[in-house]
Every structure is written in structure tokens, then in C-alpha cells.
Design a protein around this ligand. Structure first.
Ligand code: FAD
Length: 399
């Protein structure tokens, strides 16, 4: 069996692994192999809604997501302009106490340079004429937010990485990963790749992969669902992505007269290999109830397709990115808590800078300080999945 010697092997060709391959190539780090036993975007990336928003948790998160958004805009402008649309993002609540939290969030977001404002019911009615908003107690709007086609971005990153010299090994069966003789050895198909560094970017499969090499991280895979629908009546083709905080349902325009709707985190851990890929009755029932009460103009929408995907949560709902403590050459790029599309490009830029700096990367590590895996001591257990679409702030209620 041929053994190939490399600098980096990236496990997983979701948007995170693909973006990292692209950024390593741009920094002349290599040779690099990007490996996936399936195809690019076969995991959560190919099932994501593609909402990109700056309504986020902290300044670091905003900076990362803004960098990703700028990169996506630039990449699709060269390759596939229809894969990126700026449409804004609006979320609301009918609960007066949650409305106060939303109002505080507005101030906090402004402090981080986010363009955000409160909106009145009349504006909601203008943007989303299918909706009923008479009970809304508070709503905020971020006009620069966008929707993207995540699988297209993963493909663009892969193509660009390949053109810059990254080898893309797709579709060969995974036989194992182990540490031997001072290097990481990946066995895939009939090949063995030995590398100084291995980056685990395998989405929901990362938990098992990291545990198999004796370095578990506190990750919990969970299921989330979405559907495309075709509303009966005509309406604006482009409208802001909307999120009803109380019902935890979001809807974005999908083009060709369709909409894409989804709901949030399912609070039980699942095995990504045993999770049905279709939408289920509970989800479709929840959507139907939400449409009847909140979007009566969409109540008769025809279901085009429903599906589910598996995301990965962490105890503090932030990703785990960077060197895994106590494991030489093992790097994590995992735990996106349902927001990996909007962050991947920005996180990959930073991680690539850290890896390019090599041994003396102390200063560069600051770029990813809030998400380093070492913030959880070894042995920290995974906790049950928790909702990701939240606004935090001191003791603010979760929503
Ligand atoms: C319904 C739904 C809606 C979503 N909406 C949004 C949204 O609006 N905005 C947003 O930002 N995020 C959204 N997400 C979340 C987003 O999809 C994920 O956070 C993101 O795609 C994670 O990317 P990833 O590259 O880390 O993982 P994935 O895309 O899951 O990729 C992991 C890859 O690893 C591969 N793999 C598995 N085992 C191995 C192995 N042994 N070796 C190598 N590779 C392996 C898999 O085949 C897969 O291709 C949504 C997710 C779902 C399911």
C-alpha cells in the first residue's frame, strides 16, 4: 500500500473543511489532502438553510461571520452570483419580557458595529404580506444579512483549493486514523496518508472520530429539519429572512416562487449514521401550526421537499477550533451549533493563519482564543444539545 507524506490532512469536505483547504493553499501550507468518504457538502452543509446573520453572541463571533460573509460575496461574484443575496434578517417576539431582551441586544450589537434597528409592525407587514403581526411586542432587523447556497460555496472552495494544489480525495471508504511514529496516519480506500497535522472537520461524525483516537471533545450531534414550500399566492420574490423567536421557526426566500422554512434544535443527541434524512410529521405539523397562526397567507403552501440534517452542539454553544490539548498535531474544526455556514469562511481564515505559523503560533492563537478546545478540561462530558439560535446577555432569558 502506497504511503504518502503530507503536511496536513483535513477530514471532512463540508463547508468548514473546504474553506480551510482553500485558506491553507493560499498561505502555501502543504502538501495538503482534503478527504471525505462521501462528497463535498454531503453532511449538514448540503442541508443548511444558508442564513448568514450578524445577530450573534459576541464581538469575536461578529468579526468572524463578517469576514465569512465578505469572502462568500467575493467568491460567488466570480463563480455563481445567484448563490448569495443580501435580503436582511428580522426576528420578533410576542412576549414583552423577551422584547426587552431583544431591545438590549440591539444596543449590544450596535456596540460591536452591527447595523441593526428596531422595526415597527407596519414594516413587518410590508415586507412579509403573508404574515399576521398584531401581537408582536418587539422586532429587530439587520439589513446587511444575507442568504447563501452552502453547497455551492463548498464546491467553490473545493475547486479553488484543488486548483491551488490541494489533493481532494473523495468517496473512498474510511478505514481508520491513528498516530504512529510521530505522525498521523489516515487509511482511506487503498491509500495511506501520513501527515504532521490532521484537522478533524467531520461535522457530526467528529465526536466518534476524536473519541476513536483517544481525544474526545464534548460534542453532541443533534437533528434539525427544514423544508421548501411553494406558496399559492404571488408575493415579493425577495423578502428578509424571518425568525419567530417564540415559535422558533425561520423562513427565507428560496427563489422560483418558493420559500425555505425550518425550526430549531432537537434536544436529544443522535447518531448521524442512524438519523433519517427526511422531514417528520412532528416538524411538518409544527410548520403547519406556525403558518396558520403567524403566516396565514402561506397556510396553503404546497410542500416541495422536507429533510433533516445533523448539527453538533457544545456545552457553551461555541465552536471548538484549534489544537487539541495533549494530542500533538491534532486540530479540531468542529461544534458549530447550527451556525457553521455563516462562520466557516471566517473561522477557516483564522485557523489557516495559526497552522501556517507552525510551532511558534502563540500570537496567532489569539485569533481563535474564544473557541480553543482547551477551554474544556480533558474528560468534560458532552451535555444534551441546546438551542443555538439565541441572543445572550448576562442573565437574559434564553430564546
Ligand atoms: C436544516 C439545517 C439548517 C441549517 N441552517 C443553517 C443556516 O441557516 N446558517 C448556518 O450558518 N448554518 C446552518 N446550519 C448548520 C450548518 O449546516 C452546519 O453548521 C455546517 O454545515 C457545518 O459544516 P461542517 O463542514 O462543519 O460539517 P458538515 O457539513 O456536516 O461536513 C462534515 C463532513 O465530514 C464527512 N465525514 C464523516 N466522517 C468522516 C471521516 N471519518 N473522515 C473524513 N470525513 C468524514 C461527512 O461526509 C461530511 O461531508 C443548518 C443545518 C441544518 C441541518
Amino acid at each position: 500500500m502506497a504511503v504518502e507524506r503530507l503536511e496536513v490532512v483535513i477530514l471532512g469536505a463540508g463547508i468548514a473543511g473546504c474553506a480551510l483547504a482553500y485558506h491553507l493553499a493560499r498561505r502555501s501550507v502543504g502538501p495538503t489532502v482534503l478527504y471525505d468518504p462521501r462528497t463535498p457538502a454531503a453532511g449538514a452543509t448540503g442541508r443548511a438553510a444558508g442564513v448568514v446573520t450578524e445577530q450573534l453572541w459576541n464581538e469575536w463571533d461578529v468579526a468572524v461571520t463578517r469576514a465569512a460573509r465578505a469572502e462568500y460575496a467575493e467568491l460567488v461574484a466570480r463563480h455563481e452570483p445567484s448563490a448569495f443575496t443580501v435580503n436582511g434578517f428580522v426576528r420578533w417576539t410576542a412576549d414583552p419580557s423577551a422584547a426587552r431582551v431583544l431591545s438590549d441586544a440591539t444596543e449590544r450589537l450596535r456596540g460591536w458595529g452591527v447595523e441593526v434597528r428596531r422595526v415597527e409592525r407596519s414594516e413587518l407587514e410590508g415586507w412579509v404580506p403573508w404574515g399576521r403581526f398584531n401581537d408582536v411586542a418587539g422586532a429587530i432587523f439587520t439589513p446587511s444579512d444575507a442568504v447563501v447556497t452552502p453547497s455551492t460555496l463548498a464546491e467553490i472552495y473545493t475547486d479553488e483549493a484543488r486548483a491551488a494544489g490541494v489533493e481532494v480525495e473523495i468517496g473512498s471508504p474510511f478505514h481508520g486514523l491513528k498516530r504512529s511514529d510521530g505522525a498521523w496516519a489516515l487509511e482511506a480506500g487503498s491509500r495511506t496518508f501520513r501527515a504532521h497535522q490532521v484537522v478533524v472537520a467531520a461535522g457530526a461524525w467528529s465526536k466518534r472520530l476524536l473519541a476513536s483516537v483517544g481525544h474526545p471533545l464534548p460534542l453532541a450531534p443533534y437533528r434539525t429539519q427544514a423544508a421548501t414550500l411553494r406558496p399559492a399566492g404571488a408575493g415579493p420574490e425577495v423578502f428578509p429572512s424571518v425568525h419567530d423567536i417564540d415559535l422558533d421557526v425561520y423562513v427565507r426566500p428560496e427563489g422560483n416562487g418558493r420559500i425555505l422554512a425550518g425550526d430549531g434544535t432537537e434536544l436529544v443527541e443522535v447518531d448521524p449514521d442512524r438519523t433519517p434524512s427526511g422531514g417528520d410529521e412532528r416538524f411538518l405539523g409544527h410548520l403547519a401550526e406556525t403558518f396558520a397562526s403567524r403566516f396565514p397567507g402561506w397556510a396553503d403552501a404546497e410542500l416541495v421537499r422536507a429533510w433533516s440534517g445533523v448539527c453538533t452542539s457544545t456545552p457553551d454553544r461555541r465552536p471548538l477550533v484549534g489544537p487539541v490539548p495533549g494530542a500533538e498535531g491534532l486540530v479540531a474544526l468542529v461544534g458549530f451549533n447550527g451556525f457553521g455556514v455563516m462562520r466557516a469562511g471566517g473561522v477557516a481564515q483564522r485557523l489557516a493563519t495559526v497552522l501556517a505559523a507552525g510551532e511558534g503560533s502563540g500570537r496567532e492563537l489569539q485569533l481563535i482564543a474564544p473557541v480553543l478546545p482547551g477551554r474544556f478540561p480533558p474528560g468534560t462530558p458532552a451535555v444534551a444539545p441546546r438551542p443555538g439560535f439565541t441572543l445572550e446577555g448576562g442573565d437574559a432569558p434564553r430564546f
